[in-house]
Design a protein around this ligand. Structure first.
Ligand SMILES: *Cc1c(COP(=O)(O)O)cnc(C)c1O
Length: 359
């Protein structure tokens, strides 16, 4: 009898599955979700409409209507290629699948989104991480040198970056795109909170792809990501897409919400305002230091992150403990910006947890 250990590739055996902690009855500030539900009238309308969707039929695999609404809502140029994914995670995987061949390299900055490294391993690409500076700014010289040395086929830059929250100067990103002979993917998962994008500059860079997701603006449960770039590239990656990767319920719900995009814009505006309020509160805690954020979360450093993480959990608040995930993230926690009430509870719980450590 053949065992998994004999057949599964050793690098997969060595991995652990992506861990999602249980969160029932917790205030969930660990995963950059939008804390606000849709307005009641829209939810009602959605419920009615979803009941009428033909779930016995395969989806419209061209996603024509959904793509048209995405182009309208996010000002995607008509002459640019657009491809949809079951979350942007699927698109990252498709990109790696398309470019992987023996010896090809996938590069990203570190610390950044962990799926870049994991997917490189899934697809048997060689992973190259380039460390950010201690303050999480981009080390441009080291990055350009690594591009020259490693010749990566694929580079991912999260803009703004997760888990650090900052976004790198556009001119530095432009230099990286110009220096790269491979594809550069600017991952704009947090674009709504930074309000800065490379989309208007797509035509300047033939090797640039823009990756976006609806997850962080309020539709994480739908699993819908999209990728924009030159049609010559998008047409090739389309070949790797499972034919029905966006299900009919997601298509219907996304189409409806996109026609009410102002509701999502209003929510992201609230979150940006609350980010400033939370940041001001955090700055009153002498034991804590925070990093500037252009996203919907704030990275902080405390004297003992695992202890603070546990204390918050006891108080019913779930945040992300990053201690141990990268050497630059020692004693760091990532706090998703929630509703004003959630943020207040977070602040109070943090304050007492930090005082307990002091005592
Ligand atoms: C959350 C996140 C994603 C994944 O988004 P999904 O569309 O939910 O798969 C991609 N990139 C970055 C940088 C993220 O933080």
């Amino acid at each position: 009898m053949t065992t998994p250990q004999q057949l599964i590739r050793p690098e997969i055996l060595a991995m652990s599955a992506y861990h999602v902690p249980p969160a029932s009855n917790m205030i969930k500030l660990d995963a950059m979700e939008n804390p606000y539900p849709l307005p009641a009238a829209l939810r009602h309308q959605l419920g009615q409409g979803l009941g009428e969707v033909a779930i016995n039929r395969y989806p419209d695999a061209g996603y024509g209507e959904l793509k048209r609404r995405l182009r309208d809502a996010f000002a995607i140029p008509e002459d640019a290629g657009l491809m949809l994914g079951n979350g942007s995670d699927e698109l990252i995987q498709i990109l790696a699948m398309g470019l992987a061949r023996p010896g090809t390299k996938l590069m990203s900055l570190e610390p950044s989104f962990v799926m870049y490294r994991m997917i490189a391993t899934f697809c048997q690409m060689q992973y190259v991480g380039v460390a950010l500076n201690d303050d999480f700014t981009l080390n441009l010289n080291a990055t350009l040198a690594a591009i020259e040395r490693e010749q990566p086929a694929l580079i991912f830059i999260a803009y703004p970056n997760n888990p650090t929250g900052n976004h790198f100067p556009a001119e530095q990103i432009a230099q990286i795109i110009r220096a790269a002979k491979g594809l550069v993917v600017v991952d704009e998962a947090y674009e709504a909170f930074a309000q800065d994008s490379f989309l208007p500059r797509l035509h300047e860079f033939p090797n640039l792809l823009i990756l976006r997701t609806l997850s962080k603006v309020g539709l994480a449960g739908l699993r819908l990501g999209y990728m924009v770039g030159a049609t010559a590239w998008i047409n090739e990656f389309e070949k790797l897409r499972p034919p029905y990767n966006i299900n009919v319920l997601t298509q219907y719900a996304a189409e409806m919400v996109l026609t009410h995009i102002d509701e999502l814009h209003a929510q992201t505006r609230l979150i940006r305002d609350e980010r400033a309020v939370l940041s001001a509160q955090l700055s009153t805690l002498p034991q804590l230091s925070q990093y500037p954020s252009d996203a919907n979360f704030i990275l902080v450093r405390v004297p003992d992150a695992p202890a603070t993480h546990t204390a918050l959990k006891v108080d019913g608040i779930l945040v992300k403990n990053l201690h141990g995930s990268h050497s630059l993230l020692q004693n760091c926690l990532r706090l998703t910006v929630g509703t004003p009430a959630e943020n207040r509870l977070l602040f109070d719980a943090l304050k007492s947890a930090l005082m307990a450590v002091d005592a």
